[in-house]
Design a protein around this ligand. Structure first.
Ligand SMILES: Cc1cc2nc3c(=O)[nH]c(=O)nc-3n(C[C@H](O)[C@H](O)[C@H](O)COP(=O)(O)O)c2cc1C
Length: 188
């Protein structure tokens, strides 16, 4: 993958009502399983949710784009993702592994024309109840996956004193401010 593609990836929250293809989902899982892992212990497990009834329930326990509510809140049956990945981890473990795995999954998806929304704001007890992970594991994160159905968000580079809050413009396009390298980095 050409590394600059990494810079172009943006979170997508509105999706076409078309299922992602299984080979693309498998590519995401390949990216996840080969991601960096503390001590290479590989404590994470994955679940692919694409049964309409279960996807709908998972969607309803998730929260989207709190900063621009309700303009980037998807609606089930209209523009909500039909497919979700659940990232399962043992209680209190695998947090950094999950970050590495999810970022890799999102890049694999983006390269295939799929967008993702990493979901940390969900009803954890309800997700565990709905998905019944194997013993000792919990749903740590969800990832909505699908074909983007929104004007792709644009990155804005901001200085150290800039406001990192994402916002929607008059055309309903999301702007995502990112601090520049100079704003974030000390070289010694
Ligand atoms: C740990 C984590 C949790 C997140 N949880 C949510 C979420 O619950 N709902 C949501 O809409 N976006 C969520 N996001 C997506 C962020 O809002 C998004 O990454 C951020 O606005 C920057 O946009 P970008 O991904 O396009 O760079 C989450 C991202 C991370 C890293």
């Amino acid at each position: 993958m050409e590394w600059r593609k990494i810079l172009e990836r943006r979170t997508v929250r509105f999706f076409e009502q078309k299922m992602p293809q299984e080979p693309d989902l498998r590519a995401m899982l390949e990216a996840a399983r080969t991601a960096a892992s503390a001590s290479n212990a590989q404590v994470l497990r994955y679940m692919v949710i694409r049964t309409p009834d279960l996807s709908e329930k998972i969607f309803h326990c998730s929260a989207f784009a709190g900063r621009v509510k309700p303009r980037r809140n998807p609606v089930w049956g209209k523009n909500a993702a039909l497919t979700y990945m659940a990232i399962l981890a043992p209680e209190g473990k695998g947090e950094a592994d999950a970050g590495a795995a999810i970022q890799s999954m999102m890049f694999a998806a983006w390269e295939r024309g799929l967008g993702c929304c990493w979901i940390g704001a969900f009803d954890h007890a309800e997700a565990d109840r709905l998905l019944t992970p194997p013993a000792g594991l919990h749903v740590r994160y969800l990832l909505a996956v699908g074909y983007p159905a929104e004007l792709l968000p644009v990155r804005e580079d901001i200085p150290a004193n800039g406001d990192p809050g994402y916002y929607l413009d008059d055309e309903d396009r999301l702007h995502v401010p990112k601090f520049t390298v100079n704003a974030l980095t000390v070289w010694k």
